[in-house]
Design a protein around this ligand. Structure first.
Ligand SMILES: C[S@@+](CC[C@H](N)C(=O)[O-])C[C@H]1O[C@@H](n2cnc3c(N)ncnc32)[C@H](O)[C@@H]1O
Length: 260
């Protein structure tokens, strides 16, 4: 089953313009599968859908019945696309054979929402991806929204952490972690994302990352971060180059082999 999802990640999903690359897509796969195996239930939510690359990844892994709340103002206008952001999102799903659950699409600035707005659409959330506004006030509001609607066993994924292009994201995430010290901690770090859970589930998620077959290709480096030990998944240069060469030669489907 996971082999077809890996093909989807490395090949089909790349047709959707967007910002989740294969390494983080594999972390989503590992974490969502670990939750399923342990019967840890709940909805999913994403702030910052864009054209749905992460949304369709979650839809593919979790199936059509899963409740996914998709939050975005959907007000990006690119004349060259000849379609609205929302229509392009839906069309991308159609191309992948996946649907958009329109009842759970919230066309809004996320900072105006309350946890109840999420919970009434999807119940408490087991994976909340934050990739919307990238200024401090956005991250402050979005992390409160996520924490307030999260299941006990849920995780929050912050995008663009430690990216010098968006320094306030890093400030917002570290503010959140320091305010929530003793309650939330980081269990995984990648080049682009920071993965956070409640302390009671830190050992569970660390073990999931350490033992996942999907993540075997990465170096696993224990990294102390604000009072907890996170596993930093390092993607060696040789693997990145091998992957890029295969993609450059039009061998997208085969490029998955670089990450086995
Ligand atoms: C970097 S893109 C997200 C990429 C996406 N997660 C993916 O997988 O491709 C950022 C998105 O955040 C949305 N956004 C910006 N400010 C927002 C806000 N205040 N509330 C919700 N979404 C916001 C933008 O409309 C845009 O679609």
């Amino acid at each position: 089953m996971n082999s077809s999802i890996r093909k989807f990640i490395f090949h089909d999903l790349q047709a959707i313009e967007g910002y989740i690359d294969p390494p983080d897509a594999l972390v989503f796969l590992a974490v969502l599968r670990a939750q399923q195996s342990a019967s840890l239930q709940g909805g999913l939510a994403e702030i910052g859908v864009y054209y749905g690359r992460s949304y369709f990844l979650m839809r593919k892994i979790c199936g059509e019945a899963e409740k996914i709340v998709a939050i975005d103002p959907f007000d990006i206008l690119k004349p060259e696309h000849g379609a609205t952001q929302y229509d392009r999102f839906v069309a991308g799903g159609r191309q992948l054979g996946l649907s958009v659950d329109a009842e759970r699409v919230v066309k809004s600035d996320s900072t105006l929402l309350r946890p109840e707005d999420i919970i009434e659409r999807a119940g408490k959330v087991r994976l909340f991806s934050i990739d919307g506004g990238h200024m401090l006030h956005h991250v402050a509001a979005d992390s409160r929204l996520a924490a307030g609607s999260l299941a006990e066993h849920g995780i929050i994924v912050f995008d663009d952490t430690f990216n010098p292009a968006w320094p306030e994201v890093t400030v917002g995430v570290t503010d959140f972690l320091r305010e929530e010290a003793g309650r939330f901690s980081v269990f995984c770090l990648t080049k682009y994302k920071t993965y956070v859970c409640r302390n009671a589930f830190h050992a569970f998620y660390s073990h999931s990352i350490m033992t996942s077959q999907e993540l075997k290709a990465f170096d696993h480096i224990e990294t102390d971060f604000l009072g907890s030990t996170a596993i930093r998944l390092h993607n060696p240069m040789r693997r990145r180059i091998a992957h890029e060469v295969m993609v450059g030669l039009g061998m997208r489907a085969l490029s998955e082999r670089a990450y086995r």
